[in-house]
Design a protein around this ligand. Sequence first.
Ligand code: DP6
Length: 322
Amino acid sequence: MQAYTARAHTNIALLKYWGKANEQLIIPTTSSISLTLDEFYTDTTVVFDQHLNEDAVFLNDAPLTGKGYKKITDFLDIVRQLAGISTKAHVQSTNHVPTAAGLASSASAFSALAGAASKAAGLDLSLADLSRLARRGSGSASRSIYGGFVEWERGTDDTTSVAHPLQEVVDWDIQLLTVIINDQPKKVDSRGGMQHALQTSPFYQNWVDATNAATVDMKTAIENHDFQKIGSLAEQNALQMHATNMTATPPFTYLTDNSWAVIQLAAQLRSKGIEVYATMDAGPNVKLISHISDYHEIVLALQSVLPDVETVAATPGPGLVV
Ligand code: DP6
């Protein structure tokens, strides 16, 4: 069978996905809204080969084993079932993520794998079907099928839980500056962390209600290129998501003192008229939503708080290419 290669970019959620209503199908408790980024992406090549007795998976040229391998073979099983084949596959995946950025995300990985594996299995899926398929690997991957601003609609089943583009070409001034905070490896993965918050935080339902309300406002803000509104809604949503973790039993957090120093710096910069907002995911890095034109001023301010800090700037990126 023929080999296919796909490239998918990662995305950062402005309104987060944090909890599953259905863990098997990966149906979330809320819709989420993201921005696909140009700087971080995954290239994946898949070929189904009848000489193989088991799937062979390589990530950045090293064989993948354990939990990571299992996630990929489970995903390939879904593709094989759709295509009506039983052939094992050879998968070669390369992450293009600046060193230490900690953004080697499952979003670009499963989006690229959905694109390459479905084609290699002889399927010709629509973008919506690719989004549904990518979702089965990792929820956030459903959004990386599209470029620019994307909404993953919560839905209630495999068909209705799917992403669609809100604004594919973003030709206005917005950047995402990742502030690399290396001080702690993440102890709780997002898959475990979100279900723990859902099951034990008394604030979890508040977060769902707030996210639902913010979804309507965020879509209007994106349509109007309303930077301030996008930023403030995103920062509030991220803080509320992290509040569900801090109020879980037992509590946990991904944020460190340095994460907080950057979150507070964003607030200080805003009081000086620089529009910058923070968002954080399942790790200590802080992503600053800002104007490209404020880049130097923000980096200088960061250096005054965290002298050796590393940053990576990204702008809106494209959708899946197979
Ligand atoms: C905090 O998509 O990695 O980045 O579906 O269990 O694979 P699984 O989770 P994943 O979770 C992403 C969580 C987040 C927020 C987001 O991207 O919306």
